[in-house]
Design a protein around this ligand. Structure first.
Ligand code: ADP
Ligand code: ASP
Ligand code: MG
Length: 456
């Protein structure tokens, strides 16, 4: 019988007083007939950042190790449960921290072993909390449940056999499994992490493995909002999104959903819901294979923004009218494992944006053999997303007129091939202003669509 997967992020469990709410939400779910939910947790908020610093800054390891202990000890003291359960894990932490202090630089595998402590502690605390409320629950390390991955420490990807292994283990569990998010394990037993924010992806992998009825992402906003609330405080929840819309938003910076989350859900056609732990009765956002276009003016549902983007332009007049120019450029990016976001081309040049430039220097040498190369850093991609929006007559004109009206320079424009996304590049320092301007100018701040309505 199908069950739900419920993921609680660091923002949900990070504050001790919120944990009670998460436990009530899980308890409510156990009262629906069928198998108990599978719970996925991430580290308490701030803990993964602390561990990242611990790995990166050998000179501060002692102080950070103590802060890690203190954070969890004071948390369980405040909630009143979990003290016994975390004792052995904190002992492991002391050993691991001591060994790391002696080491200096850590290998990628050692780093993942350190990062994993955040999720391991959180799962133990949540499972203890559920038991304290009379529910049968057990903390489970994702690797023990079958989440096997490749060996790309820090950005691991599940192996194809993970689905079957997870399905077998989790189907055999009749209690509530509280599974560590963010973590996997190589076939030879070493812990891996799936990339920052990866607990959402874990929830979706588990959801696909048990063919869940729904994958629920419980967080601190009432759904996917019409913009990042840190940029646009008046942003509103979007009730319904398609997989394509949500994927574009997640990819272009809507942090509420890890970009890979929807892959397993799309494969199995499982709906994803984003819900607010502090306001569990809010409707949140539903993400399904297809979603109707919004009634809002311009059909735009949300605007996402990704900062720290770099643009690479390759200019080659020699390649004018020649075959194979683009193929050669993409071959270089592919060979250096550089993920390309946006692409615009002209007859003699191609511009590409990237957000991860750690292998760019090697690629540049190869690109210089193709043409003159310019690199621009400090840019941001803004994605204006909604089914049918880019094909709406006048949307692009309206967007660029709004931006031009306040003197904002648009560096690159690309109309997503998915037909749900109009994206463009601005200077990073202009990004927030551009998002706020468009949120208002495209009518996303309005209860009832009206004034800015485009021609029908
Ligand atoms: P969690 O700990 O639950 O995984 P995250 O911090 O990873 O939470 O993601 C939630 C945060 O994502 C929100 O608090 C918000 O600041 C940010 N965010 C960015 N864009 C959006 C958006 N479009 N809708 C909702 N939240 C967004
Ligand atoms: N705790 C991890 C992070 O901060 C994973 C997650 O939050 O999803 O990146
Ligand atoms: Mg997150």
């Amino acid at each position: 019988m199908s069950r739900v997967v419920m993921k609680f992020g660091g923002t949900s469990v990070g504050i001790a007083s919120n944990l009670g709410e998460a436990i009530r939400i899980i308890a409510r779910e156990t009262r629906t007939p069928g198998l108990p939910p599978i719970v996925v947790v991430s580290a308490l908020s701030g803990v993964t950042n602390l561990l990242v610093d611990f790995c990166a800054l050998p000179s501060r390891r002692e102080a950070l190790a103590a802060r890690f202990l203190e954070r969890h000890e004071s948390y369980v003291a405040e909630t009143g449960f979990g003290a016994a359960e975390i004792t052995p894990l904190l002992a492991q932490w002391r050993q691991l921290a001591q060994a790391s202090i002696a080491l200096g630089a850590l290998t990628a595998a050692a780093r993942d072993r350190v990062l994993a402590m955040g999720e391991r502690l959180a799962a133990a605390i949540v499972a203890a909390g559920l038991r304290a409320h009379g529910l049968d629950a057990q903390a489970v390390l994702a690797g023990d449940a079958g989440l096997v991955t490749d060996e790309r420490f820090g950005a691991a990807h599940p192996l194809p056999e993970a689905t079957e292994l997870l399905g077998q283990t989790l189907s055999a569990m009749t209690c509530i499994a509280v599974v560590t998010g963010f973590l996997g394990r190589t076939l030879d037993g070493r812990i891996t992490t799936l990339g920052r924010g990866g607990s959402d992806f874990s929830a979706a992998i588990l959801g696909a493995a048990v063919q869940a009825r729904e994958i629920q992402i419980w967080t601190d906003t009432s759904g996917m909002l019409s913009a990042d609330p840190r940029i646009v405080p008046e942003a509103r929840p979007v009730p319904h999104l398609s997989f394509a819309e949500a994927s574009e938003l997640a990819y272009f910076g809507a942090k509420v959903l890890h970009p890979k989350t929807l892959l397993p859900a799309i494969d199995r056609g499982i709906a994803v819901r984003i819900l607010n732990t502090a306001r569990p009765d809010d409707a949140g956002s539903r993400i399904t294979p297809a979603a109707e276009p919004t009634d809002a003016p311009w059909r735009v549902k949300s605007i996402a923004c990704k900062k720290a983007v770099t643009a690479v332009t390759i200019v080659s007049t020699r390649m004018l009218l020649a075959h194979g120019f683009l193929a050669r450029v993409f071959e270089v990016f592919g060979r250096h494992h550089l993920v390309v976001d946006l692409v615009t081309t002209s007859e003699v040049s191609i511009s590409i944006t990237l957000d991860d430039t750690c292998r760019l220097d090697d690629a540049l040498a190869d690109l210089e053999g193709i043409g003159r190369v310019e690199v621009r850093e400090g840019l941001a991609v803004i994605a204006v997303v909604g089914e049918g929006a880019p094909t709406r007559v006048g949307l692009a004109g309206h967007v660029f007129t709004l931006l031009g009206g306040v003197g904002l320079v648009v560096e690159m424009i690309s109309q997503g091939a998915s037909r749900v996304n109009l994206s463009f590049v601005v200077r990073e320092e202009d990004a927030d202003k551009a998002v706020r301007l468009l949120h208002r100018g495209l009518g996303l701040d309005m209860e009832v669509p009206a004034a800015a309505a485009p021609p029908r």
